[in-house]
Write a protein of this length. Structure first.
Length: 401
């Protein structure tokens, strides 16, 4: 099987697909954002004789879903990744794929149009080799992972329920077996504005924010840092934004604080939020002038599918992990590592809301994502496509008892 894939794989063909996808802007602000990229992939599958559909999600934006049917009685697998990217920001010529020192450079090349290209190429390889799969092999290119995650939620609400899933975020071809949950919280502290010369008659909102931060540092952060996971690491909290007041001579009438909170499996989302609310309540009991309000920044108004950015975790002994290890050893000649993924992914939705065993696996270095020098090493392109092909063929060839 591996020999057949290797004989048919071509790096330049994959790089052309990457270049084509990079040339199609799919960031916020683009009309129908990801739809042109979805149409490109849909046409690719059509030309390869693979059944494919465009599925409308929201505001003219479409997922693309393809399927190689199995004979039945086998395990099904989903290969999935997001079609959207972050904006170009200050990246020069972001939609023109460039080659530099063994790398391809362009917006979205690693996050994650390069991995997407490897996935759809793997689908084509399996189709071309006429493998008789027992279970269905499914590909889904989804909208909105960088913003509202509605693409993956749409898959789940419409009943997609494979026996395993691979999210193609860049892991340098190691196996991501989990990541932390994510929530952004905003705290609003109202005050009372007066002239700074009579500050005793006012209520300083900035001072109340500082009081709250000090209490977090004293009581909550030490607890958070003790919550650990053997692979994923420890929970965390980052004070990201604070703003308030109007000018130095006026007591601040309001102050806003925004934090990034990441939690490990074992913590529960309601508990994460309630910890902050309890501190706000306690501070008000200590000082009746202290008032603070909490809101989730992830609870976007008008979402078609509300969700929480839950953590991802898979048993390292799960057959999907074992098969991925074998595929990577064959594709790269090296032993792969089981690693935590540093950011949040749609895998948290697949695992939590779909109860789908999920790993993260893709070519590329995550640390170049979103930067002005986003790149993908050419040397990882063929092993990436080969690993997806071998993993999918092996997983979907297994029959259910």
């Amino acid at each position: 099987m591996a020999k057949g894939f290797r004989e048919n794989i071509c790096a330049e063909e994959i790089i052309k697909i990457i270049g084509d996808l990079v040339s199609i802007p799919s960031h916020p602000g683009v009309h129908e954002q990801e739809t042109q990229a979805a149409r490109y992939i849909h046409q690719f599958f059509k030309e390869k004789g693979i059944e494919s559909d465009l599925s409308h999600v929201i505001d003219g934006r479409h997922n693309v879903i393809a399927r190689i049917p199995g004979k039945g009685q086998g395990y099904s697998l989903l290969l999935t990744g997001h079609l959207d990217t972050v904006p170009p920001y200050d990246m020069p010529d972001p939609f023109e794929l460039k080659r530099e020192n063994g790398k391809v450079v362009g917006r979205g090349v690693v996050d994650m149009k390069g991995p997407l290209a490897c996935m759809i190429y793997a689908m084509a390889l399996i189709k071309e080799c006429s493998l008789a799969l027992s279970g269905d092999l499914i590909f889904a290119g989804v909208v909105g992972e960088e913003t509202d995650c509605q693409g993956t939620m749409d898959l789940l609400y419409n009943g997609l329920s494979p026996d395993g899933a691979v999210v193609g975020e860049p892991t340098n071809l190691h196996i991501g077996v989990g990541h932390r949950g994510l929530e952004w919280l905003e705290f609003y502290f109202p005050g009372k504005a007066v002239h700074g010369g009579a500050q005793e008659k006012g209520i300083n909102a900035i001072s109340h924010a500082v009081t709250f931060i000090n209490r977090l540092n004293r009581d909550l952060i030490p607890q958070i840092e003790k919550r650990t996971h053997p692979v994923i690491g420890c929970s965390s909290m980052n004070l990201g934004v604070i703003k308030g007041g109007t000018q130095p001579s006026t007591v601040a009438h309001e102050c806003f604080l925004q934090i990034d909170r990441r939690w490990v499996p074992g913590e529960k989302y309601p508990d994460v939020v309630n910890e902050y609310q309890r501190i706000l309540t306690c501070l008000h009991q200590e000082d009746e002038n202290f008032t603070g309000y909490l809101r989730s920044m992830s609870a976007l108004p008008g979402l078609k599918y509300p969700f929480v950015c839950e953590p991802l975790e898979i048993d390292p002994h799960h057959p999907l992990v074992h098969i991925a290890q074998q595929a990577l050893r064959s594709a790269t000649g090296k032993k792969s590592e089981l690693v935590p993924f540093p950011a949040w992914t749609d895998g948290g939705l697949l695992s939590t809301y779909g109860q789908i065993p999920t790993i993260i696996l893709g070519p590329g270095d995550f640390t170049s994502a979103h930067t002005a020098k986003e790149y993908l090493e050419v040397a990882q392109v063929v092993p990436g496509a080969l690993a997806y092909s071998l993993l999918a063929a092996s997983f979907c060839s297994r029959k259910k008892l």
